[in-house]
Design a protein around this ligand. Structure first.
Ligand SMILES: Nc1ncnc2c1ncn2[C@@H]1O[C@H](COP(=O)(O)OP(=O)(O)OP(=O)(O)O)[C@@H](O)[C@H]1O
Ligand SMILES: [Mg+2]
Length: 252
């Protein structure tokens, strides 16, 4: 059973897959907790009965944990392109069938048709883009743009992480569509903070609370808000068992 209940993040911050804030971008320096946060989001996607896809460009135990439970996971440029292509093809089919024949209600989306979301959790998007040759990089960017621009209504949702965020690093067409922005970490430059959130870190002064697993989130509804990421230790067996159980229940 698919459950569209917004996913709790922290306090009164929720991730609602059915809103314009669905695409998300998580910026944090190395070791600040990106992958740990993603493993929580990924687990919740399964728990809510949606389809989950993972790109783990650095081939860590994060991807391995979900892959061993049957979640489609990509890490090489070819695997990533193949996964993104399949998602775009499937999204295009959904538009041609379900949404084209729809009732013309502009508010209708995947949830109104009781379809699950197809969530792509993409860790280290810059490492992935840089790991490809020029042609592969261009293709990954093109496919990501299509998902970012057209995915929302059909429930093709992207969550990206990156250590940097410069205009030249990531296509603007992709990052602009990510209307939920998270930034975490103690050592975040003023420039990165501003690029990620649109606010100035210096305004927080000594109140700045960024740390490992802690930082700030902005959505179209919430202005800059402190948040702490739920701690999921994907390296421990209990978490693996939980993911196995969630995947098994989906498959039966
Ligand atoms: N919410 C949290 N609460 C407490 N500790 C955390 C939290 N998130 C992460 N950590 C700790 O920080 C470590 C690094 O986290 P994680 O691997 O998610 O960082 P990362 O940003 O993905 O780093 P990398 O750039 O190396 O991939 C974890 O192994 C864990 O010990
Ligand atoms: Mg990581």
């Amino acid at each position: 059973m698919t459950n569209y209940k917004p996913i709790p993040i922290y306090d009164d911050i929720y991730w609602d897959l059915t809103t314009e804030a669905c695409h998300s971008l998580l910026i944090a320096p190395s070791g600040a907790g990106k992958t740990v946060f993603l493993s929580y989001l990924a687990g919740m996607i399964l728990k809510r009965g949606h389809n989950l896809f993972i790109v783990d460009a650095k081939n860590t135990s994060f991807g391995a944990t979900f892959q061993s439970s049957g979640v489609r996971t990509a890490s090489t440029p070819d695997e990533i392109i193949s996964l993104l292509t399949d998602l775009v093809v499937s999204m295009t089919d959904d538009y041609a069938t379900t949404f084209a024949s729809g009732n013309g209600d502009i508010d209708s989306n995947f949830a109104s048709y009781h379809l699950p979301a197809n969530v792509l959790i993409f860790d280290e998007v810059l490492s992935a883009l840089d790991s490809g040759d020029k042609k592969q990089k261009g293709e990954m960017e093109r496919l990501l743009k299509l998902l970012a621009l057209k995915g929302r209504m059909a429930g093709y949702i992207i969550v990206l992480t990156s250590q940097r965020l410069m205009a030249t690093d990531l296509p603007k067409a992709v990052t602009e569509q990510c209307q939920t922005r998270y930034i975490m970490g103690a050592n975040v430059s003023e420039e990165l903070f501003h690029l990620a959130t649109g606010s100035y870190k210096k305004n927080l002064g000594t109140n700045y609370k960024g740390n490992v697993g802690e930082g700030y989130v902005v959505t179209p509804k919430n202005s800059l808000t402190y948040f702490k990421s739920p701690f999921m230790d994907f390296k421990v067996n209990d978490f693996r068992a939980l993911i196995h159980d969630l995947c098994y229940r989906r498959a039966t």
